[in-house]
Design a protein around this ligand. Structure first.
Ligand code: COA
Length: 153
């Protein structure tokens, strides 16, 4: 049931403009199905008031470095700006360090993504660098900001 909804979210340019390059093009429902229903190390549906509104998790788990990459997509844009993104990142970071024993969580976002910047800052992520003019969005080159957080931070 979540698959067609998530597919619709990832066909909404208002959402995908903030995501990776491959999502700037139409994506097949089979690929979404594999992602939503497939096995994952740490991936969760985000629900609000009984509705499925997006996905979050920790990807690219590297056991040798005890590291994973945070991601979040709230696809229902009517839910933006209500504090949900903040609540989700806090919870996922806590699960990553407390339940999964991670040493470090990395993340990245476009420098124009103020909402993403705010939730990462408030979750104590620290800058690791900037990929200059990294992706083409809305008629301009945009930087990607790299951030991370250690367990003890
Ligand atoms: C980024 C995202 C997770 C944020 O979730 P959210 O629930 O909207 O975030 P919150 O409500 O917890 O907090 C967002 C903050 O940014 C602010 N904000 C939101 N949109 C903004 C904008 N366009 N310009 C400036 N500030 C903005 C909010 O007002 C809030 O700040 P405040 O608490 O000081 O008022 C969500 O917008 C999303 O999933 N976007 C699409 C995908 C994406 O960008 N993923 C992250 C890529 S790494």
């Amino acid at each position: 049931m979540d698959v067609p909804i998530y597919h619709a979210y990832l066909c909404d340019p208002e959402v995908t403009v903030w995501l990776e390059d491959r999502l700037q093009y139409p994506i097949g429902i089979q690929e979404i199905e594999k992602f939503v229903l497939g096995a994952a190390w740490a991936r969760w549906a985000i629900e609000f008031e009984g509705r499925f509104i997006g996905m979050t998790g920790l990807e690219d788990f590297d056991p040798n470095r005890s590291l994973a990459r945070f991601f979040i997509v709230i696809g229902d844009t009517s839910c933006w700006g209500k504090g949900l993104g903040q609540a989700v990142i806090n919870e996922v970071v806590s699960r990553g360090f407390r339940d999964r024993g991670l040493r470090k969580i990395v993340s990245n976002y476009l420098h124009t993504n103020i909402a993403s910047q705010k939730i990462h800052d408030r979750a104590n992520f620290v800058s690791e660098g900037r990929l200059r003019s990294d992706v083409w969005r809305g008629g301009d080159w945009v930087d990607t900001l790299l951030v991370s957080r250690f367990r003890e931070e």
